[in-house]
Write a protein that binds this ligand. Structure first.
Ligand code: SAM
Length: 292
């Protein structure tokens, strides 16, 4: 099978199968062999690895993954792409094509079935409309994933790596930095995709920490507090939390936080009572939640 990562090869597959791009699924296929090789190199894949590819499209990157890895699960939501994938990937006996929504997939079960429960690697040119839920889902579900190499919108790559004091800092930055070390691998121009997206893209690698860099007594509470703080990011932390619904803690317990509790915790940390959540670092959010 010839490689699909060129404009002519991709156009050929699309025409042969009379495939119609679906905007709602964020379908922008990679047509640049150089970029594809760089993504696969950045993922540092060996034959020992099992890969979960989110959204294989017509199988362009899957070809590279199948050649480097022990096995690949190619999880594609669009049923119209399944017969195409069966054809384009017919030469690879280590690829499982799965017609499923990645947000509904049980990655733990997949890792048990396909990789004896060992952590898998995630590699993807992500559909941009659900980047955040995919990443948060992978982390918060504690799926056995060792690292994630993904193409995202350039702006989202920046959001993942930024700290307090920038407008891009938010719940995604904190979640990513709690669970993983993020590094931008390369920037990718719109001309490398068919059709062209109207945003710049970047490949980012997230290497999961064995242990989070800060100690949170209750992770669920930490992220519930972070979400509440950024839901009303222009408000002080005290107002944002006092106005928010009850905060979900470990074991499904929900606790209503009062302004007084917030002010007491901030005082013990030596922080102003008027501080906004967007000014707190990850370590400060963790300390604040442990005190709350
Ligand atoms: N990997 C291909 C490539 O690089 O050419 C396609 C990437 S395209 C940006 C995103 C792919 O994700 C599309 O094939 C789309 O149908 C698929 N997709 C969108 N939402 C999905 C979901 N919830 N679960 C699984 N796949 C999804």
């Amino acid at each position: 099978m010839a490689y699909l990562g060129t404009p002519a090869a991709t156009a050929g597959v699309i025409k042969k199968h009379d495939f119609r791009f679906q905007k709602k699924y964020g379908q922008n296929f990679l047509i640049d062999a150089n970029i594809l090789q760089k993504i696969v190199d950045a993922a540092q894949i060996t034959k020992e690895d099992y890969i979960v590819e989110i959204g294989p499209g017509i199988g362009t990157m899957t070809q590279y993954l199948a050649e480097s890895a022990g096995g690949v699960a190619a999880v594609e939501i669009d049923k119209n792409l399944i017969p195409i994938l069966r054809e384009t990937l017919s030469e690879y006996d280590n690829v499982s094509i799965i017609n499923e929504d990645i947000l509904k997939m049980d990655i733990k079960k997949l890792a048990e079935e396909k990789n004896s429960g060992r952590p898998v690697k995630v590699v993807a040119n992500l559909p941009y409309y659900i980047t955040t839920p995919i990443i948060m889902g992978l982390f918060e579900s504690h799926a056995p994933v060792s690292d994630i190499t993904i193409m995202v919108q350039e702006e989202v790559a920046e959001r993942m790596q930024t700290g307090p004091g920038t407008k891009d800092y938010g719940a995604l930055s904190l979640a990513v930095q709690y669970y993983a070390k993020p590094e931008t691998v390369l920037k990718v121009s719109a001309s490398c995709f068919m059709p062209r997206p109207n945003v710049g893209s970047a490949v980012i690698r997230l290497t999961r920490f064995e242990e989070p860099p800060v100690k949170a007594d209750d992770e669920e509470k930490l992220f519930a507090v972070i979400r509440a703080a950024f839901n009303q990011r222009r408000k002080t932390l005290a107002n944002a939390l006092a106005n928010a619904p009850a905060i979900k803690c470990a074991g499904g317990v929900a606790v209503k936080v009062t302004r007084q509790q917030v002010c007491d915790a901030l005082e013990r940390m030596g922080l102003a009572q008027t501080i906004r959540g967007e000014a707190l670092s990850l370590a400060q959010f963790a300390e604040f939640c442990n005190l709350l």
